[in-house]
Design a protein around this ligand. Structure first.
Ligand SMILES: [Zn+2]
Length: 316
């Protein structure tokens, strides 16, 4: 199966009350770990490439790795998605490079400007049979609330349901990343994790059947956090989104959940463990191999949290 776009996946996810994982890839081992997990679990997959990943690995190498994954797994529907495209040019380049889905993130710009930029990307993308994820609202607001800003300030960072309806109607985007209290990175909350699931609920009611996306939704799994801290790392305050909250959100209209930090932490934990336990080890296969296995096991677990294990056929 060639690369597909997200339309069939999101239709099936909406009907079935589950979500597809958007997993970020930067190199061969991460890609192989993710892909072997979805192959065993028969799950649909969105492979995400950020601008940083493009710069790190070069698109030619990443595309060749992803093409190999597609060729080896003919029964797994896979999307190649640009994560956080910041300009029309970045999105256009990715569409021209063969991406089947792009994100335009103009969420830091004023509302009207966000609409204008997003609309331009949607027109070019749809002309090329590519789908577009846009973003409205800003992530990380509740993190600031825990640090002490008032609840009035927090509500300014979350996606406004009225604006979401207008934004989707005027831009024609295919899915929308919403701010509901999550944030990027390993330090999402300072004390108790708090998600504004009511915002997702309300946007879902105002835009029935429209796919929403959650960014910054790694869980910072205890297993890997503990290994990192045990073997010389220093991340005692790392905290992610509870998997119970993810499970609730995917039953609403959240169709895509982005996971990057958990991949990074799995890989880092295993590499640290090998170096600590075998100080004489210098064969990259002996530490990248266990890292790849850890990613595979972690992703398999995530596919069950998202509910998309076993759904490859109905998403094809
Ligand atoms: Zn993101």
């Amino acid at each position: 199966m060639a690369l597909v776009d997200t339309r069939k996946m999101f239709d099936s996810a909406l009907k079935g009350g589950y979500a597809i994982g958007g997993f970020n890839v930067n190199n061969m081992e991460i890609t192989q770990g993710i892909v072997s997990a979805v192959a065993e679990e028969k799950a649909p997959l969105i492979l995400q490439v950020s601008r940083g990943a493009r710069a790190y690995a070069s698109m030619a190498y990443l595309k060749a790795i992803i093409d190999a994954a597609v060729a080896e797994n003919p029964n797994i529907p896979m999307v190649l998605h640009l994560d956080h495209g910041d300009t029309f040019e970045t999105c256009k380049q990715s569409i021209d490079d063969g991406f089947t889905s792009v994100m335009i993130d103009a969420s830091s710009r004023p509302f009207e400007e966000n609409i204008k930029v997003t609309k331009g990307v949607v027109e070019y993308a749809h002309d090329n049979n590519v789908v577009v994820e846009a973003e409205l609202g800003q992530l990380g607001g509740i993190e600031e609330d825990v640090a002490g800003v008032s609840s009035d300030d927090v509500s300014e960072h979350l996606t406004d349901p009225d604006e979401a309806v207008e934004f989707v109607e005027r831009t024609g985007c295919d899915s929308l990343a919403v701010a509901c209290g999550t944030s990027h990175g390993a330090y999402k909350f300072k004390s108790e994790p708090k998600l504004a699931l009511d915002v997702i609920q309300e946007i879902g009611e105002r835009l029935p059947g429209f796919p929403l996306v959650m960014h910054g939704s790694s869980s910072v799994l205890k297993e890997f956090k503990d290994l990192i801290n045990k073997y010389g790392g220093d991340m005692p305050d790392a905290m992610g989104v509870p998997e119970s909250a993810i499970s609730e959100a995917v039953k609403m209209t959240v169709c895509k959940v982005n996971i990057d930090t958990d991949l990074r932490m799995a890989m880092t934990a295993k590499v640290r463990q090998v170096f600590a336990e075998k100080p004489r080890e210098f064969d990259p296969r002996k530490y990248l191999g266990p890292a790849r296995e850890a990613i595979k096991a972690m992703v398999k677990h995530k596919l069950h949290i998202l509910g998309c294990a076993g759904k490859a056929a109905e998403c094809s």
